[in-house]
Design a protein around this ligand. Structure first.
Ligand code: 0FX
Length: 242
């Protein structure tokens, strides 16, 4: 069973399994029932909405493996304790688990990358099957890093899917607990306190972390009570171009 609310991973996963290696295996794709955008774009017999909480017993009875490719539902304990559930997370566990890891990594300098792990009862937690870091360059925004992370996720999926299905891998539990950010932490970050004093370095990092093409994130409230959104544009000139 493959559960995903992410278009890029859905399309890539379909491409990955479209070869002889996986021909005799049965993959069933689902997305979250509250993912309204997917309803109009995808709803077919091969890709259907589901509310995981309401279908736990059916899933346990029917599947040997549940793959979560950015599924926006919390898996109930009974599910993760009864069927092997494997998650792909756009972050380097156990650092900045939870919401939008690259946003927080740009600010707090904790490692970023992609992690494939077995799921336990906690958020983005469990034995790590494989993970890889990526570097954050000084001119990169949340959008740039996210794209690099997604490419890495697809690479790791391609390389390890067979072993994940066969359960032929060794996994390790992280030695430290790491940290978690929730949606409300991201929302709190969006509002700028105009009277706060920080360095330029911190300000640039903050705006890089909040800049993502297509989204309005960072804002301040002006004297007339208007909400003003800001994002940043960075241009790098490499040494040999100067
Ligand atoms: O699917 P996803 O990339 O991932 C999120 C969580 O970050 C992840 O930890 C969780 N496992 C998964 C189920 O859900 O989320 P997204 O497609 O909503 O957002 C992708 C990026 O877009 C995000 O990293 C930052 C950016 N973004 C998104 C929203 C909604 C913004 O900058 N502002 C926003 O308001």
């Amino acid at each position: 069973m493959v559960l995903t609310d992410n278009e890029y991973l859905y399309e890539n996963m379909k491409e990955i399994i479209d070869c002889d290696e996986y021909r005799d295996m049965n993959f069933n794709f689902y997305y979250s029932d509250r993912n309204i955008a997917f309803n109009s774009r995808y709803l077919t017999n091969d890709f259907k909405p589901i509310n995981v909480k309401g279908k736990v017993d059916e899933i346990i009875a029917k599947y040997q493996l549940v793959l979560s490719l950015h599924c926006k539902q919390l898996f109930p304990s009974k599910l993760v304790n009864s069927v092997r559930c494997v998650n792909i997370h756009p972050g380097y566990n156990p650092y900045n688990r939870g919401w939008f890891p690259q946003v927080f990594s740009i600010i707090n300098k904790l490692p970023i990358g992609a992690t494939i792990h077995e799921m336990d009862e906690n958020l983005d937690s469990g034995n790590i099957i494989v993970q890889e870091k990526i570097e954050i360059l000084s001119w990169e925004t949340s959008f740039d890093i996210y794209n690099k992370v997604q490419n890495l996720e697809v690479k790791l999926l391609k390389q390890h899917l067979h072993d994940i299905i066969d359960h032929s891998y060794e996994s390790i539990y992280p030695k430290v607990e790491g940290n978690i950010n929730l949606k409300k932490d991201f929302e709190a970050l969006c509002k700028i306190d105009l009277d706060k004093s920080i360095t330029f370095r911190e300000a640039i990092d903050y705006f890089r972390a909040m800049s993502f093409s297509g989204y309005k994130n960072a804002y301040f409230i002006d004297q007339e009570g208007r909400k003003v959104f800001i994002d940043i544009n960075l241009d790098v000139v490499c040494n040999d171009e100067v």
